[in-house]
Write a protein that binds this ligand. Structure first.
Ligand SMILES: Nc1ncnc2[nH]cnc12
Ligand SMILES: [Zn+2]
Length: 322
């Protein structure tokens, strides 16, 4: 039982956290037909490409700042009810803009939801701006420039997500140079759809403190050692990896091997309802299926707080709660 354990999450995409019930309500409110992407109350996709198409369709039912406030608050209240003290949300203003919602309104809507959840439960939350890799280097660069200039107290980092098989990390290097210069925290999706070379590229070129997934680094023992030596934190999302068939089953999942090799790891849900999971379920799976002790799981939560993109005063307050 992990119900009693304090929890923290570094890797969850906000549109990917929308339960189908909320997406259906939103679709009804805006008169959008959901037959193409929700069937029998379940999101419809079968591989990474169709997952991204489904994600984009779900995102399109959130159209106003209030819609995004509602979504962020609902997700954070669910996390807080599961004993979660900290959440980092990946936000992609490109999804707002795709339905005519300006980036600043998108962010202010999310911020309102975050503030409301904090008032109700005390949960602390920060936003990480996403550049979507499949929108191309120019798009990611302009999103990085936007993030660097924003100066919003709740926006503390930058990440690149999306289609990892498109281009090489080097194509996106200028975007990361800009956000690094601006002092934002940096994390990047790598080693999920692509192999160890993608994680090595990320380390060489982006020099992030954290990597989203990173799990396919396991294919290269020297790279695993490099991650351990550098202290790079992996945002591991086991349920997502199984759902997307990065690994066939939990027995083949490398989380335990990373821990044994001294790599710093955290537990995350990624896009919970798409993958029939939740942060609470990831914790429970780590315990009951992957065999981690409460002490080992607590250590992952502590690692998440240590690696969180927050100011040191907030980190101290969060650590004191563990
Ligand atoms: N698992 C994932 N990998 C890459 N991009 C994503 N966007 C949302 N979920 C993602
Ligand atoms: Zn992700």
């Amino acid at each position: 039982m992990t119900r009693h354990l304090k929890k923290a999450e570094l890797h969850c995409h906000i549109e990917g956290a929308a339960p189908p019930s909320l997406a259906l309500e939103q679709a009804q409110r805006h008169g959008i037909d959901t037959d193409g992407f929700i069937r029998d109350g379940v999101y419809v996709w079968h591989d990474f490409t169709s997952f991204i198409a489904c994600y984009d369709a779900v995102a399109s039912v959130f159209r106003t700042a209030d819609d995004y406030a509602r979504l962020a608050e609902a997700y954070l209240l669910e996390l807080a009810a599961a004993n979660t003290i900290y959440s980092e949300l990946f936000i992609s203003p490109d999804h707002g803009e795709a339905v005519g919602l300006p980036a600043l309104d998108y962010i202010e809507g999310l911020a309102a939801g975050i503030r409301s959840a904090k008032e109700k439960t005390g949960i602390e939350c920060r936003m990480i701006i996403i550049g979507e890799r499949h929108l191309g280097p120019e798009n990611v660069l302009s999103r990085a420039k936007f993030a660097a200039k924003l100066g919003h107290p709740l926006v503390t980092g930058f990440n690149m997500a999306g289609e990892e098989r498109m281009g090489r990390v080097a194509d996106y290097a200028p975007a990361f140079d800009i956000v690094r210069e601006a002092g934002l925290g940096i994390t990047i999706h790598a080693g999920e759809l692509c192999g160890a070379f993608s994680v090595a590229d990320a380390l060489d070129i982006v020099r992030p403190t954290r990597i989203g997934h990173g799990v396919r680094a396991i294919e290269e023992p020297d790279l695993v050692k490099r991650l351990a030596d550098l202290g790079t934190v992996l945002e591991v999302c086991p349920g997502s990896n199984i759902a997307l068939k990065v690994f066939p089953d939990y027995d083949s999942h490398p989380l335990r091997k990373f821990v044994e090799a001294g790599v710093r790891v955290t537990l995350n849900s990624d896009d919970p309802p798409f993958f029939h999971t939740s942060l609470a379920r990831e914790y429970e799976t780590a315990s009951t299926i992957m065999g981690f002790t409460d002490g080992e799981i607590d250590a992952m939560t502590r690692t998440a707080i240590d690696a969180a993109f927050v100011d040191e005063e907030t980190r101290k307050i969060l650590l004191a709660q563990l």
